[in-house]
Design a protein. Sequence first.
Lengths: 114, 113
Amino acid sequence: ELKVEQNPLFLSMQEGKNYTIYCNYSTTSDRLYWYRQDPGKSLESLFVLLSNGAVKQEGRLMASLDTKARLSTLHITAAVHDLSATYFCAVDSPTQGGSEKLVFGKGTKLTVNP
Amino acid sequence: DTEVTQTPKHLVMGMTNKKSLKCEQHMGHRAMYWYKQKAKKPPELMFVYSYEKLSINESVPSRFSPECPNSSLLNLHLHALQPEDSALYLCASSRWGAVTEAFFGQGTRLTVV
């Protein structure tokens, strides 16, 4: 059974600082996703990582994937308050028929303080 | 159009009520999903439909009954729910095939009283 572990689960950081969120998963997968969720809202897709060594950047966020280590990172550069949210990584667990069964990590609640 | 639309946004229902949640997408996606998310927890998969056929049921109680009338619509029929079923119900869709990305709707906040 695929297990996805994120750490830290809670992260409080000051504006302007850098930090990294880690996502480990237990079985082989080539597809990993990062989502953002604001309180009471749905999931917003941030990054889709589809191959070993994939690196994607959007603004102050950068995600990478190492399929051999079964590890993805979400790096936050010079944090701003607007980045406060819960961040989930999710790994695709193959199913019959080609549909996608996402297994989520527990989420990292990020709070950026002025 | 990368939108998945869910209605209603909020629903309060009694334990003896019957209600339905609706989900619609017009991206041509042939896989559609229902997820349940309790407060401060990650989403948990309930059902997957591929090409309008139920392909995964994650041992969901029968008081939840999914339906996929066509490739754009997905319903979740609710009957005799319990207060512990109160949660955010998220619909998602994705292309069918080797490379997929799930797009999520805004969710229905369900409260069972």
